[in-house]
Design a protein around this ligand. Structure first.
Ligand code: ADE
Ligand code: ZN
Length: 344
């Protein structure tokens, strides 16, 4: 707590609000929802052998969110908890497929999240936007219906915080190309686009190509499989398409690498990729953004200047625009200059 890695100013572009929930909040919400957990401490559930075993637990946490006030609470707490670890701006995923299937109102969910973010912004100065993610486990038809609802909400002026659309959840055995109509609709309505691809064990760089070429996403979430395709690496680096990488998650959730030391993060940076550092689901992996930066820097032997470049790439990769982005970049540069060790 409170060291250089907490002080480094950070943007986070890959964080699921449902994966940030404090253990105590999960317990309270589960009780309130009449869905008590099978354990006293939710952390006892937080051990995973694959992305899909993680998702089974993630879905349990999601099911504790019943009313707009629950979404408001977790959005608020997630920013308040991240502020001491250097977070300055976050683009946060929410994935309400099971809530919509259960008859919840998308407008209420977005209102709740937006209210929580606004309150946290006022209390901490950290800013945040939302990315509406399709849950691939529910299939492309549900994805399209979700985006239709979202577009209607936007046209009604009720989705100002939602700046982008993405997809997450299970990857193995999913045909990403089936989500094309939903992404087309979202793009036509003015949403920015991203998508999880090349994360799960057993998936290769093909999913990254499909996401870029067919779904026309602007960023790739994870994308670590890209390292198996040097030609694609060169193209993605050349076009400065950002990859929102979550190294600790890739070890403890997807189990794609045996250790942080074995993660290709440094190789990705050295190949010229705009690879950023993110926590994914910090509440379910005993992480915060300071720990993520600190452990990745140590395991991958990143110098201060290499870490500072990652932080600045976070600003570039964000969907902030114009003066807003320039201002944040200037603030980051000034703070990083202050923090640079004399020997760096
Ligand atoms: N939902 C929450 N975390 C996820 C991850 N790492 N991959 C896919 N879906 C997710
Ligand atoms: Zn994710």
């Amino acid at each position: 707590m409170g060291d250089l890695y907490d002080a480094i100013p950070k943007v986070e572009l890959h964080c699921h609000v449902e994966g940030t929930v404090r253990a105590g909040t999960v317990l309270e919400l589960a009780r309130k929802a009449g869905r008590p957990l099978p354990v006293e401490d939710p952390a006892e559930l937080y051990r995973y052998t694959s992305l899909d075993t993680f998702l089974a637990i993630f879905w349990l946490v999601q099911e504790t969110l019943v009313e707009p006030a629950d979404w408001e609470r977790i959005a608020y707490e997630s920013l308040v908890d991240a502020a001491p670890h250097g977070l300055r701006y976050r683009e946060t995923f929410f994935t309400p497929a099971r809530h919509l299937a259960a008859g919840h109102d998308l407008g209420g969910i977005v209102d709740g999240l937006s209210a929580g973010i606004a309150a946290a912004e006022a209390d901490t100065g950290v800013r945040a936007s939302l990315i509406a993610d399709m849950d691939r486990a529910y299939g492309p038809a549900a994805g399209l219906e979700f985006i239709e609802l979202l577009v209607a909400l936007r046209r009604a002026g009720r989705a100002e915080r939602v700046i982008g659309v993405g997809m997450d959840s299970t990857e193995l055995g999913v045909d990403l190309s089936a989500f094309k109509p939903a992404f087309e609709l979202a793009r036509g309505a003015g949403f920015r686009l991203t998508g999880h691809a090349g994360e799960a064990v057993g998936t290769g760089p093909r999913n990254v190509r499909v996401a870029l070429d067919l779904l026309r996403v602007e960023r790739i979430d994870h994308g670590v499989a890209i390292m198996e395709d040097p030609e694609l690496v060169n193209r993605v680096a050349g076009e400065r398409i950002p990859l929102t990488v979550c190294p600790n998650s890739n070890v403890v959730i997807a189990n794609r690498f045996p250790s942080l030391e074995a993660h290709p993060f440094r190789a990705m940076r050295e190949a010229g990729l705009v690879a950023t550092i993110n926590t994914d689901d910090p509440g379910m992996t005993d992480l915060d953004l300071g720990v993520e930066y600190r452990t990745v820097a140590a395991a991958q032997r990143l110098s201060f200047d290499e870490v500072a470049a990652v932080a600045l790439d976070g600003v570039e990769a964000s969907w902030l625009e114009g003066d807003d982005k320039r201002r944040l970049r200037g603030e980051f540069e000034a703070r990083l200059d202050d923090l640079r060790p004399a020997s760096a």
